[in-house]
Design a protein around this ligand. Structure first.
Ligand code: ADP
Length: 446
C-alpha cells in the first residue's frame, strides 16, 4: 500500500463511518419528527373530540341558546378560537364562526350527529401545528447537516490520524524496496498505546527487519568467507597444474600433479557439500529418515571411525555409552554429529590426552557428550565456534574447514535438539548434544 493508497484507505474508512453515522442520525431525526407530528395531531384530535362532547351535552341540556352562550363565553376567554357549526336537520341553525375566516386547507374538523338529527361540528386550525412542524423540520434538517459535516471532518481527521502509522510503515517499506537498505526502522510513537494493533505491527515490522538484516549480513559474511576459502584450494590447484605444465613433459610429474589437483578439488567439493548440508538443515529442507536409534550405537560407530587416528596420536578414546537410550532420528546424520565432535576432540587433544564419549538420559532428554582433555576453547571464541567457516586462532595448524560445528548444530537443531559447549583453555572441552524424546528401550518394550 503506497502512502497515497493509505490516504485513500483512510478516506474510504472515514466515508464508511460517516455514512453509518449519518444514516443513524437520519433515522433518529425521522423518528423524532414522526413522533412529534403524530402526538401533536393526536392532541388536536383530542381537543376537538372533547369539545364536541362538551357542546353536545350543553346542546342536549339547554338547547341552542345555551350552546350559543357557552361558545361565546369560551371564545372570549380561550386564546385559541375554535370553529363551531350546528346544523339543525339540514338547516344551518347556528354558525358561530363563519367559514370565511378559516382556511379550509388548514382546518381539521369532527362532527357528531345528535339523536334529534342535529349535527354539531367543531373545527380547529392546524396552522400553528404546521408552523411548529416546519420549525422542527428545519431544526432537524440543520442538525442532520451539522452531524454530516462533523461526521465527515471528524471521521476524516480521526482515520487520517489512525492510518498515519500505517503510512509511515508503508513509506519505510517503500524506501527499503527502492534502496535495498535494511537498516531503516519505523519509530514507534511514544504517545501510542504499546498494546494497540498498529504499535504491535510496527514493532513486528522492525523485528522482522532486524532478522532480515541479521540474515543478510550473515549471508554476506558467509559468502565472503566461502569465496575466500574457495580461493585458497583453487589457487593451489591452479598453481600445481601450471607448474606441471611449465616443467618438461614427464608422465610421473603429471601423475603427481593430477593427484594433487584431485585432492584439492575433493577439498572444495567436501566444503561445498557441507555448506549445502548446513543450509539444508538450517532451512528445514534436509530430508531426515527418522527411526528409533540407539544413541550408544551411534557413538560406537563414530568411535570406531576414529579409533586408528586416536591411537596414532596417542590419545585414549574411551566410551562410557552404556546407557540404553533411544531417540527418533536419522541414524546417518546423528553419526555425522558424533563423528564431527569426536574428530574435533581428537584433533584438539595433544598426545597423552583422553577423549570420552558417553550417552545419558536427563529429564526425558537424550544426551550425547564428548569430553576431551585437550587445548580448550578461549571464552571469547566459544560463541563463535558455531559460525560457518570460523576457525579458532590456535587451530589453524590443524586440518579443517571451520564447518564441522556448524553442521553439528544445524543437524541437531533439525532434530529439535540443542548443542552446547563447556570449556576452559588448557583443561579441555565438553560438547553436549541434547535430543528430545529419550526413552529407554527396556522401558519401551515392557
Ligand atoms: P574446524 O575444526 O574445521 O576448524 P569446527 O567448526 O569443527 O571447525 O570448529 C570450529 C573451531 O572450534 C575450531 O577451529 C576450534 O578452534 C574450535 N574447537 C572445536 N572443537 C574443539 C575442541 N574439542 N577443543 C578445542 N577447540 C575446539
Amino acid at each position: 500500500m503506497s502512502s497515497g493508497e493509505a490516504r485513500h484507505f483512510g478516506l474510504r474508512l472515514a466515508l464508511w463511518y460517516a455514512t453509518l453515522f449519518v444514516s443513524g442520525a437520519i433515522v433518529v431525526a425521522a423518528l423524532t419528527y414522526y413522533v412529534t407530528a403524530t402526538s401533536l395531531a393526536q392532541r388536536d384530535q383530542q381537543i376537538i373530540r372533547s369539545k364536541l362532547g362538551e357542546y353536545a351535552t350543553v346542546y342536549t341540556r339547554g338547547g341552542l341558546r345555551a350552546l350559543a352562550d357557552t361558545v361565546h363565553a369560551e371564545q372570549l376567554t380561550t386564546p385559541e378560537r375554535l370553529y363551531v357549526r350546528v346544523v339543525d336537520r339540514g338547516t344551518e341553525a347556528l354558525v358561530l364562526s363563519s367559514r370565511e375566516g378559516w382556511d379550509p386547507s388548514t382546518l381539521e374538523t369532527a362532527s357528531l350527529l345528535l339523536l334529534d338529527g342535529t349535527l354539531v361540528e367543531v373545527g380547529k386550525s392546524i396552522e400553528t401545528r404546521l408552523d411548529l412542524l416546519r420549525r422542527v423540520r428545519a431544526a432537524l434538517g440543520l442538525g442532520t447537516l451539522a452531524i454530516v459535516l462533523i461526521a465527515l471532518t471528524g471521521g476524516w481527521l480521526a482515520t487520517d490520524a489512525a492510518v498515519e502509522p500505517i503510512r509511515r510503515l508503508t513509506a519505510a517499506a517503500g524506501r527499503i524496496v527502492r534502496t535495498g537498505r535494511t537498516d531503516e526502522r519505523v519509530p514507534v510513537e511514544a504517545s501510542a498505546d504499546p498494546d494497540d494493533a498498529i504499535s504491535e505491527l510496527t514493532r513486528l515490522f522492525n523485528a522482522m527487519l532486524d532478522r532480515v538484516e541479521g540474515l543478510v549480513t550473515g549471508m554476506r559474511g558467509a559468502l565472503d568467507n566461502v569465496a575466500h576459502d574457495l580461493k585458497t584450494p583453487l589457487t593451489r590447484l591452479r598453481g600445481t597444474a601450471e607448474m606441471a605444465l611449465a616443467a618438461p613433459a614427464d608422465p610421473e610429474r603429471y601423475r603427481e600433479a593430477l593427484a594433487d589437483c584431485v585432492e584439492e578439488a575433493d577439498r572444495v567439493l567436501v566444503m561445498l557439500d557441507t555448506l549445502m548440508d548446513i543450509s539444508e538443515a538450517e532451512s528445514g529442507a534436509m530430508p531426515l529418515q527418522r527411526k528409533p536409534v540407539r544413541l550408544a550405537d551411534v557413538a560406537a560407530r563414530a568411535i570406531d571411525l576414529y579409533r586408528d587416528v586416536a591411537d596414532a596420536k596417542d590419545v585414549t578414546l574411551a566410551s562410557a555409552a552404556t546407557s540404553d537410550v533411544e531417540v527418533s532420528g536419522d541414524r546417518v546424520r546423528l553419526e555425522q554429529v558424533a563423528a564431527n565432535l569426536i574428530d574435533n576432540a581428537v584433533k584438539y587433544t595433544p598426545a597423552g590426552g583422553t577423549v570420552t564419549v558417553d550417552v545419558a538420559r536427563d529429564n526425558g532428554r537424550a544426551l550425547l557428550r564428548v569430553r576431551d582433555t585437550g587445548v580448550g576453547i578461549p571464552t571469547d571464541e566459544q560463541a563463535r565456534i558455531w559460525e560457518r567457516l570460523f576457525r579458532g586462532d590456535r587451530s589453524r595448524a590443524e586440518r579443517g574447514l571451520g564447518l564441522g560445528l556448524s553442521l553439528v548444530k544445524a543437524i541437531v537443531e533439525a532434530h529439535g535438539g540443542t548443542v552446547s559447549v563447556d570449556s576452559a583453555t588448557g583443561q579441555g572441552s565438553t560438547f553436549t548434544v541434547s535430543l528430545p524424546g529419550a526413552e529407554s528401550r527396556t522401558v519401551a518394550r515392557e
